[in-house]
Design a protein. Structure first.
Length: 340
């Protein structure tokens, strides 16, 4: 166990974390935020039955080594009714409407906690620096195909009244902006401006306007310019691509400022696939956030790239399981709920 306070009580036995993604299922034994045993298997997205069978098989491989787990945490890229573990909405994996907690408890013979994968990643980020105290108040944005988010308040995941809250990617930063590319009725939300899908849209538009540029050549060759094309062109010094990534960072900073003003966390972290281009985004994001957030709040918040790495989802799922098993400090909970 790490020497610093993890905010959880050790569970009576091994705890498993499972991270179910559109391409892979990761399963690991988690001990105090550290991965002990792990494996990855491709996700079978043929249908719900095939996916569940794959998760079951992968988990049982680890259980054969560790013994029956005290609890299992599962993170999925879906909206989850946390109290029941039922999948309410799922875009990338065929689990919509599935009572996932019940299904996996029956298959694996252990208590199961199911949550949104971005929530799990946020919990992992709160524990990501062993040399530092746990960040008990943290907000995470994940920039990928869409924009996800997770909020940790007083060491625990914030989910809203039924578990569907903290959809930070759908916070509007421009009411007249483009339509959200996800399953969202909004215009001008963070996902419409700061996702990989949004970057591809704007890179393609830029390439069509500048056919002699690197992005223009990509459009001619493939009919579109990808986000990777934009990042590569920016790193090669293409001025228009540099400006495009800086604009994305500026828009990100608008959203960050609102998150600072609402939550005043210790840390705001940026993760997801697009965070690999952090050197092209973060300076603009920090500058814009500093200009828009309330100064007394912003000076107390650190803005950085995520640190938990590719295992954030599986680590966070394991931490979730351990945390939910831990005895609740009733007095502290009553004080928090009573606002005292």
């Amino acid at each position: 166990m790490p020497a610093h306070d993890t905010g959880t009580t050790p569970a009576p036995g091994p705890v498993l974390g499972i991270d179910v993604g559109g391409t892979k299922v990761a399963v690991a034994e988690i001990d105090g935020g550290q991965v002990r045993r792990a494996l990855e298997r491709p996700t079978d997205t043929t249908d719900a039955a095939a996916l569940l069978a794959g998760v079951e098989a992968a988990a049982k491989e680890i259980v054969e080594e560790t013994g029956r787990p005290a609890a299992i945490g599962v993170g999925v890229p879906s909206q989850i009714e946390f109290a029941t573990g039922r999948v309410v909405q799922s875009s990338n994996i065929p689990l919509e409407g599935v009572a996932l907690r019940e299904e996996l408890e029956g298959r694996l013979g252990a208590p199961v906690l199911v949550d949104n994968d971005a929530n799990c990643a946020a919990l992992a980020e709160a524990h990501a620096a062993p040399e530092e105290p746990v960040a008990r108040n943290l907000v995470m944005l994940t920039l990928g195909t869409g924009v996800g988010g997770g909020v940790v308040i007083d060491g625990r995941i914030f989910r809203g009244s039924s578990g569907l809250g903290a959809e930070l990617g759908h916070m509007v930063i421009d009411p007249h902006g483009p339509e959200c590319p996800g399953r969202c009725p909004n215009r001008g939300c963070l996902e419409a401006f700061c996702s990989g899908t949004a970057l591809e849209r704007e890179a393609t538009d830029l390439g069509r306007r500048q056919p002699d540029s690197a992005l223009g050549r990509a459009v001619v060759e493939r009919g579109r310019a990808s986000g990777r094309d934009a990042v590569a062109a920016a790193r090669e010094g293409d001025a228009a691509a540099v400006d495009l990534l800086e604009l994305l960072g500026t828009r990100l900073g608008v959203g960050v400022a609102s998150l600072v003003n609402v939550f005043e966390p210790q840390r705001i972290v940026i993760g997801g696939g697009l965070s690999a281009a952090g050197d092209l985004l973060m300076e603009a994001a920090g500058r814009e956030a500093a200009a828009r957030a309330l100064p007394a709040l912003f000076e107390r918040v650190s803005l950085s790239l995520a640190r938990a790495g590719p295992a954030a989802g599986v680590i966070g799922a394991g931490l979730l399981a351990a945390q939910e098993l831990a005895p609740v400090d009733t007095a502290a909970q009553e004080a928090t709920e009573g606002g005292t």
